[in-house]
Design a protein around this ligand. Structure first.
Ligand code: PLP
Length: 441
């Protein structure tokens, strides 16, 4: 805080938070470390807007990182949650809503014949991999550099020095033996996956992939990439796991598997499935899923799994999304937002590749759209930090990291996107005139 200026409520809360919560936040990227400045503490939200504790309003392009395709505090979702809460917040028993949600998931994603509800995407992917290991009797999994599948040990491993390199932990605390079973390849490179499988003839349990990469910014699959992964998995006797925690119900009601016409063995869902409450799922072929306890020996359980509030929010969200026109509206909003950012960058002369797919988009501050993590490294991080701050000053909340997706919702209608265009014009103009000192604003 600059000396002489009164601290905002957010700044005061952040100081208190830092004394009691590591880094002052309960999930790292919220701390604004990639963009500088003090994180805003939010007080309430409605539709496409957030209000912070100082009463400032922001047009939200982060949208809680993806679970809110209807917008904040959607009336039908709030009503469903309130109704459920009045009947009891948790029973620790089976409920009718869970059955309905499982049926809805199977209708939307025919590959998910049987499904288990859990409470977070991390749990979903961790459990799917345990199942794949149990079903194949193998330990190794292949994941892509720059992919995020939650914070289970097996996934906190990043690329080493090439496609055939075994994993090294990217976080202290991940045992080397666990990391060694995680093999890394570049995204969008099926030949690298094939080579890894060939280099480990004693077996790979699973190929785990975000079918549309969303955790290094938005990187869509190249033509044929997902089909090639299906073929490689079949050839290697490995399970193909689609981590659709972001893409499920987002890039289409049937997720990326429907959009690209590739059927995985197991699918992980989260985010939208819980409509803003903690809910996720993993599922797939019923012969694999029958191995999960209590019908089989693969143990997995959860006190709050299938929580009735979360199930109610999820069902209300899916009910709206499956109405005709939902995805056309999300796509139109995504295109308009991408165009607004693209045009603002072009007018200001700031190199920016805006990548958009449906209601997901990322303004990569580099000249051309990346295809993998190496390409993503070309992003000008300092310029993104400046863009973030300039947008924030104009009342737009971008994701506080250059390596994330922006998420839109049905509440981001034309007038909201005009506000975005106006803010982007000013913000990109300011980025263009900022000194190139590599520092943060
Ligand atoms: N998988 C993907 C693709 C994700 O984007 C995320 C979170 O962003 C996860 C898994 C982990 O989900 P959660 O944060 O609910 O544990």
């Amino acid at each position: 805080m600059a000396r002489g200026l009164a601290a905002s409520q957010s700044q005061r809360l952040f100081e208190r938070a830092c004394a009691r919560i590591p880094g002052g936040v309960n999930s790292p990227v919220r701390a604004f470390q990639a963009v500088g400045g003090s994180p805003r503490f939010m007080d309430r939200a409605q539709g496409p807007y957030l209000w912070d504790v100082d009463g400032r309003r922001y047009l939200d392009l982060c949208m809680s990182w993806g679970p809110l395709p209807l917008g904040h505090a959607d009336a039908a979702v709030v009503e469903a949650v309130c109704r459920a809460a009045a009947r009891g917040t948790s029973f620790g028993t089976a409920t009718a809503g869970e059955v309905e949600l499982a049926e809805r998931i199977a209708e939307a994603l025919p590959s998910v014949e049987s499904v288990r509800l859990v409470s977070s995407g991390t749990e979903a992917v961790m459990s799917a991999v345990r199942l794949a290991r149990a079903c194949t009797g193998r330990s190794r999994v292949i994941k892509c550099a720059g992919a995020y599948h939650g914070h289970a040990d097996a996934f906190l491993v990043q690329a080493g020095s090439g496609a055939l390199t075994g994993g090294v932990p990217s976080s202290p605390g991940v045992p080397e033996a666990v990391a060694a079973d995680t093999l890394i390849c570049p995204y969008n490179d099926a030949a690298a996956v094939e080579a890894l499988c060939a280099a480990h003839p004693d077996g790979v349990a699973a190929i785990v992939v975000e079918p549309v990469a969303g955790n290094m910014g938005l990187v869509p699959p190249r033509d044929g990439y997902l089909r090639a992964l299906r073929r490689v998995a079949d050839g290697a006797g490995a399970l193909l796991i689609f981590d659709e925690v972001i893409t499920g119900f987002r890039v289409g009601y049937g997720g990326a598997q429907q959009r690209y016409g590739v059927r995985p063995d197991l699918t992980c869902l989260g985010k939208i499935l819980g409509g803003g409450l903690p809910l996720a799922a993993y599922g797939g072929r019923s012969d694999w899923m029958r191995q999960v306890a209590p019908s089989g020996p693969v143990y997995q359980a959860g006190t709050l799994s299938g929580n009735p509030l979360a199930v109610a929010a999820g069902l209300a969200t899916l009910e709206r999304l499956r109405q005709p026109g939902s995805y056309e509206s999300l796509e139109a909003g995504g295109q308009a937002a991408a165009q607004a950012l693209d045009q603002a960058a072009a007018v200001a002369g700031v190199p920016c590749a805006v990548v958009q797919l449906g209601s997901l988009l990322t303004p990569f501050l580099c000249p051309s759209p990346p295809a993998d993590l190496d390409g993503v490294q070309a992003v000008d991080r300092a310029a993104y930090a400046r863009l973030f701050q300039e947008m924030l000053a104009r009342g737009v909340y971008l994701p506080p990291s250059p390596f994330e997706c922006c998420f839109l919702s049905l509440a981001h209608g034309p007038s909201v996107l005009e506000e975005l265009a106006a803010a982007a014009a000013g913000a990109f103009a300011a980025v263009a005139t900022a000194p190139r000192d590599g520092g943060r604003p």
